[in-house]
Design a protein around this ligand. Structure first.
Ligand code: ZN
Length: 203
């Protein structure tokens, strides 16, 4: 998956560069045979968007995974053993009270092999139970809880988890309060976007 995205990234980058330079090539070499490819505002935007999406895919696998592992302190897992919605909530409440001493953690709701939702608890606020009334909760088969040592690390861990697991119910990144540590993947994304805009600036 990641390798495939990298191949596509190179291909798209080459294509966009060819478009960006086709005027220049034609001016210098009038005998050039190839038909000039279109490079305009619209093509530039779709090209950059595609490159950004592919770079996300590439970064999510290795970089986000590594940073995620470095930020996590402990992991706990709750598994649904086939209960009804009501029993599931009761069992989780009991399990949470008994096993989760962490004040700063993130939680991942899984529907079998797909992540459904990722949220955070900071200084004990925003517990996973607050999502039990959501429509997608019925299909949840397990909940993973990862703790972090400091509150400032929690939004960063949440954002890294979103890059890595691509949950269905979240946006593309976590909300980042001012006091939070920065998400390294988002930082690289910002540099990638700036670089692409520079390289493919319009004349
Ligand atoms: Zn991020």
């Amino acid at each position: 998956m990641s390798k495939h995205a990298a191949v596509q990234f190179h291909r798209e980058l080459d294509d966009l560069f060819e478009r960006r330079t086709s005027w220049l090539r034609k001016v210098v070499d009038r005998g050039i045979r190839t038909k000039p490819k279109v490079f305009n505002r619209k093509r530039r935007r779709t090209g950059i968007d595609r490159l950004k999406r592919l770079s996300t895919e590439c970064l999510a696998r290795d970089f986000a995974k590594r940073e995620f592992a470095a930020t996590v302190d402990k992991k706990k897992r709750w598994q649904n053993k086939g209960w009804s919605r009501k029993d599931k909530r009761r069992d989780f409440d009991r399990w949470f009270a008994k096993h989760i001493p962490f004040k700063n953690c993130i939680y991942i709701f899984w529907r079998h092999r797909r992540a459904e939702y990722i949220g955070r608890t900071v200084k004990g606020k925003g517990r996973p139970q607050s999502h039990f009334t959501k429509f997608w909760f019925s299909g949840i088969s397990r909940i993973d809880i990862y703790s972090t040592s400091q509150a400032s690390q929690t939004p960063k861990l949440e954002c890294l988890a979103i890059h890595r697991f691509e949950p269905r119910q979240n946006g593309q990144k976590a909300s980042m309060p001012k006091w939070a540590k920065k998400c390294p993947v988002c930082e690289v994304h910002k540099s990638i976007e700036a670089e692409l805009k520079d390289v493919f600036a319009l004349r």
